[in-house]
Design a protein around this ligand. Sequence first.
Ligand code: HEC
Ligand SMILES: [Cu+2]
Length: 410
Amino acid sequence: MNRPSSSPGINIVPLIIIAVVVIIGGIVLSTFAPLFFPAQGSAQAQQIDTLFQVMLAIGGGLFLLVQFLIFYSAIRFRIKDENDRSDGPPIHGNNTLEIVWTAVPAVVVVILVIYSYAVFSAIQTPLENEYTVEVLGRRFAWTFTYTAAPDVLDPATGLPVEFSDGNLYTYVGQNLRLEMTSVDVNHAFWVPEMRIKQDLLVGRITEMRFTPIIATGPAEDGLYYPQAGFPIRCAELCGDGHGNMGLISTLVVFATQEDYQAWFDARVFEGLNPPDDPAVFGEQILAAAQYPCAGCHTLTDLGWAGITGPNLDGIGDRADDRVGGESAESYLINSLRHPQRFIVPGFSSALMPQFVEDNPDDRNYMPDQDAVAIAAYLCTQTTTGESACSVDELNAVAASEVTQTGTGAQ
Ligand code: HEC
Ligand SMILES: [Cu+2]
């Protein structure tokens, strides 16, 4: 076969020029990329951004090289004669070239593996004086459970006080450890400003650590990040309220440990001294997102905008004619204790969690006191603002409805 003789001596100058352009291009891309990043909110963010920039420099350079070769080939090797339908010259393997283009990427990939692993293990290493917050992911809410110092005991249980909230609170410099699991499907905890993302899985505990370095809150003398909190997004499509998870829960970073402690002590005090009026107590519980309701229901007074379940605006007016023969009290307590008993037309019976009363370790544990308070608050959702219920009756229904773990739909 007549092979065209290989080109006489490759000209090295254009190759060097291309290499320099590609390398500089990659570096330029990675240098300007941080302009599009969110603020660096954690001590770990720096290392992660640098890793990302190194990868972008390499990936960006490769991208430019490939694009250049496409354009170059399209112009340089286009057919001269439009009627030419013949094949190009057959070119067989070039060992040197193949060794080079296998060896170079292999070395680059091995270096990146080692470097990434170093960063990964650095951000996973236990930190000094870590404070652990338990994180529960569920459709469609995050719940954070805080434990007070070992000497702050709950008189009811004799254990250190615990309380839950729909927001994650911390302060600048706190070494935070999140201990996470999911109730229903996979979720992923993601706060872009902290550069952290971690899946939550059913039946498994995953953990994650970070140390916030910038405070959130009202913009005062330029010290604060001008935002009430960093949204805590879910990065795993988990259902129709998935996007709500980031609207409801935020990461609030206090500027000082004192501010944080003041908030913490107030929450502990609130928990130990609930207001006497159950409706006020119920509003307090719901506003703190102690239970996941906001991701599924709309309730204007509390700023909820969920669509998975019925709109709860004005529920006090409707509760007693939802089901024939059911009083408002019985209907509302049953909505929490046995959500599958009365199904609102047009909604799925399988979605609302059953809030049980017998087992404090159940993910959906809700003591009678809380169920009554929540129902009492919902009863005040009327056009006049008058409660549609009697608290004695709510207590009586709650006492007679015994809901056990594992008896109902999830
Ligand atoms: C995963 C989504 C989801 C969560 C979380 C959830 N609900 Fe529901 N809820 C529903 C759905 C769906 C329905 C309608 C089906 C039914 O009646 O069981 C419903 C029905 C209700 C009803 C009856 C409404 C009516 O118009 O008659 C009330 C009251 C209610 N929920 C209150 C709550 C409260 C309070 C919470 C939090 C403690 C909560 N829900 C948590 C999905 C949810
Ligand atoms: Cu989710």
